[in-house]
Design a protein around this ligand. Structure first.
Ligand code: CO
Length: 184
């Protein structure tokens, strides 16, 4: 079932999401709904708080081929993305990160905005599957960016907070204008 997306500057996006303690049908429904919602919006990643649930859960559509250089958050044809290519991440913890890389990012909660963001190049993350199985994932490309972007959502952060002061001011001005004009 498609759920409504929480749009910036909704205060819920600032919440620190809570750890998942029960790996049950409620969690499975949430993950399935998040998938439906992400696909309906041509998204490539979605955190639970973006559908109003403050649980430490996010999903990422892993590109089928190497999409290095493409931006994160850019619209993608959902038909290119089978469901078994979706990474479901619960209670993630970064174990290691290093390096630096700039990558263009976007977000379903801030539609139409794409900006370069600097993050760690490499991350190693421990997480749980929907069945409660502990896993480890590491990456130094697209997935590393995606994981850091989505993990920020679980900590009440959105990617525009990483912009320079000037760029952030420009964004806020533009966003208010779009809101006034009813474009968001
Ligand atoms: Co986002």
């Amino acid at each position: 079932m498609i759920r409504e997306i929480v749009v910036y500057p909704d205060k819920r996006l600032k919440l620190i999401s809570k750890e998942v303690l029960t790996f049950d049908g409620v969690l499975a429904d949430l993950l399935d709904d998040m998938y439906d919602t992400m696909i309906a919006r041509n998204g490539v990643g979605l955190a639970a708080i973006q559908v109003g649930v403050d649980a430490r859960v996010f999903i990422i559509n892993i590109p089928l081929e190497d999409k290095d250089g493409e931006s994160y958050g850019e619209e993608r044809d959902p038909n290119d993305q089978p469901k078994d290519n979706t990474l479901e991440v619960i209670n993630p913890v970064i174990m290691e990160s290093n390096g630096e890389e700039k990558f263009q990012e976007g977000c379903l909660s801030i539609p139409g905005v794409y900006e370069d963001v600097q993050r760690a190049k490499y991350v190693k993350v421990e997480y749980y599957t929907r069945q409660g199985q502990k896993k480890i994932i590491e990456d130094d490309a697209f997935l590393a960016v995606a994981i850091q972007h989505e993990l920020d959502h679980l900590n009440g952060k959105v990617f525009i907070e990483k912009l320079s002061y000037i760029k952030r001011k420009k964004f806020e001005k533009e966003w208010k204008r779009k809101q006034k004009e009813g474009l968001i």
